[in-house]
Design a protein around this ligand. Structure first.
Ligand SMILES: C[S@@+](CC[C@H](N)C(=O)[O-])C[C@H]1O[C@@H](n2cnc3c(N)ncnc32)[C@H](O)[C@@H]1O
Length: 193
């Protein structure tokens, strides 16, 4: 049967913690798969904010949401902003109340996309710091890393080092990785204390 893919495992970890009515963040909307997953999981009383710097990603995300029956989904706000601005973009009422934040790093996975437009270590680490501060106790942040593409390897190393050094008084960090395939995508998850 094999182990779950990193994306499925990230969804599993989030689904085990995110409750109906919760607030959640997709830090890298891309084509919207995680935004839709968060909107379904937090349900019609929930709220989701999805960030991407590319208009095309938000268009694809909106198109994916439009295929769904809206009365089953959380209220979704799409923001064409960097995830590094997460704190300023979210209402203060939800600071410290977020149930899950999902990051899926790298480039927009479509044929037409500019693959040089990737997430970058500096803004990713800043966004992760903010994400952890916005989580409620037992809330979760997941990060899918892509060490197999140029730039992705340095970013993965930076995130790995950041997670390894996160004080355990703030949260617990885990790694899910195929150790025989060092270039395959892998997952780091952080559960807030
Ligand atoms: C791998 S894709 C995300 C895949 C997405 N979860 C999906 O289901 O398709 C990474 C996305 O991060 C976006 N991105 C790059 N830098 C960003 C930043 N600073 N803030 C928010 N999004 C960013 C890219 O435009 C790209 O769409």
């Amino acid at each position: 049967m094999g182990f779950l893919s990193v994306l499925s495992y990230a969804h599993k970890l989030v689904a085990e913690r995110l409750q109906p009515g919760d607030a959640a963040i997709d830090a890298t909307a891309g084509t919207g798969a995680d935004t839709l997953f968060l909107a379904r999981t937090s349900g019609r009383r929930g709220q989701v904010w999805a960030f991407d710097i590319q208009a095309e990603a938000l268009r694809l995300t909106q198109a994916r949401l439009d295929l769904e029956s809206r009365d089953q989904l959380a209220h979704v706000t799409l923001l064409q902003r960097s995830h590094a601005e997460m704190r300023e973009q979210l209402p203060e009422a939800v600071h410290g109340q977020i149930g899950a934040v999902m990051f899926n790093l790298g480039y927009l996975p479509t044929e037409e996309a500019d693959q040089s437009l990737i997430t970058l270590p500096e803004s990713t680490i800043a966004a992760l710091e903010t994400a952890v501060s916005l989580l409620r106790p037992r809330g979760i942040a997941t990060v899918v890393l892509y060490p197999g593409h140029s730039g992705g390897d340095q970013e993965a190393e930076a995130v790995h080092a950041w997670a390894a050094n996160l004080p355990s008084s703030i949260g617990q960090t885990v790694l899910y990785r195929q150790i025989q395939r060092p270039h395959a995508p892998y997952l780091i998850a952080i559960e807030k204390k």
